[in-house]
Design a protein around this ligand. Structure first.
Ligand code: AMP
Length: 308
């Protein structure tokens, strides 16, 4: 078994899309990453995060049932769980954050479970960069691969700390607008070059329904997003992508550029399910057969037979 250590928020989300509105439902970057990575065999995964005692036991049971180790998920007595609320525009590719309440995240010191201090792959999901750094510092063995995901919120309020983490990771996954903000470049090719110079050897730029780009030195690889008839709620698609990417890398134990291309496809494949229902609902009901038959669709979508 290979080990995947996941850091990120475990949260309550309130979401509004053109198709409807939810009250507080289960969300959080680590939640989506964990659910997504649980689709791979040969991977033991664990979440490091924090919740308040307002967090329902049924959510914890659902994550445990998916074999996600929750030893590193701290519960603060009397504390309130991280809360995020967002509203999507009509095109569903952009959203406004309406509210972010850090709550228990404000004073969180992560503790990596003893059994995961030698994890093969570390996925630093979206949360405060100092927490991400704190996790890396506790690793007793150098992980094969460290992947970082972040968002504009942390660029706005903790840029210096964020740059410290970026300097220490192998792969960064970031969306197009955030890549532009971080690099100051509009062209994504130039943006990827500027971001790579900050540290990561691999830069993944997510473009929502327009797929994802993987940059490494002078190489570029592109994976489309599957054209879907219905997109209900894009929340968590980026994290689900990251969970698919790291889950696949952990399950194969192969960190070559060629294998990362496959990982990008697995990430895109899993993200295509996430957006079909509100919140985590679709990821909770996903079967192995559904995952593999959609993977075939992906192959057909991108395969052509030009002789060169
Ligand atoms: P995504 O749609 O992949 O960007 O991720 C959405 C998830 O990120 C939601 O479930 C939120 O709970 C979580 N989230 C939103 N803002 C933040 C933040 N500033 N830090 C960490 N997680 C966040």
């Amino acid at each position: 078994m290979n080990k995947l250590l996941i850091v990120g928020t475990v949260a309550f989300d309130a979401i509004e899309t053109p198709f409807g509105k939810t009250d507080k439902i289960l969300g959080g970057a680590a939640t989506y990453i964990g659910l997504s990575a649980s689709n791979f065999n040969n991977v033991d995964s664990a979440i490091v995060s924090v919740i308040g005692d307002d967090f329902p036991q049924e959510y914890l049971d659902m994550l445990s049932d998916r074999n996600i180790d929750l030893t590193g998920l701290e519960t603060v007595k009397g504390g309130k769980t991280f809360f995020w609320s967002g509203k999507y525009h009509n095109d569903m590719n952009s959203r406004d954050t309406l509210d972010t309440q850090l709550n228990v995240l404000e004073n969180f010191s992560p503790v990596v479970p003893e059994a995961y201090k030698d994890a093969d792959v570390v996925m630093l999901g979206n949360l405060h960069p100092l927490v991400q750094l704190g996790v890396l510092e506790q690793m007793t063995k150098k992980p094969k691969l460290v992947v970082l995901d972040t968002m504009n919120f942390w660029m706005d309020c903790a840029l210096a700390e964020l740059k410290q983490v970026i300097a220490k990771v192998d792969v960064i996954t970031i969306n197009d607008e955030e890549a532009r903000q971080l690099s100051g470049e509009y062209s994504l090719v130039k943006a990827a070059r500027v971001i790579a110079a900050m540290g990561p050897k691999y830069v993944v730029i997510k473009k929502g329904e327009h797929g994802a780009l993987l940059f490494h030195e002078d190489n570029v690889f592109f994976a489309p997003a599957l054209p879907l008839e219905e997109v209900f709620d894009p929340t968590g698609a980026g994290d689900t992508f990251a969970g698919g990417f790291t889950g696949y890398i952990a399950s194969t134990g192969n960190i070559s550029f060629e294998n990362m291309k496959n990982a990008i496809i697995h990430g895109s494949n899993l993200a295509s399910f996430c957006v079909e229902k509100f919140g985590t609902e679709r990821m909770e009901s996903l079967s192995k057969d559904e995952v593999s038959s959609r993977l075939k669709q992906f192959k057909e979508l991108t395969q052509f037979d030009i002789e060169l």
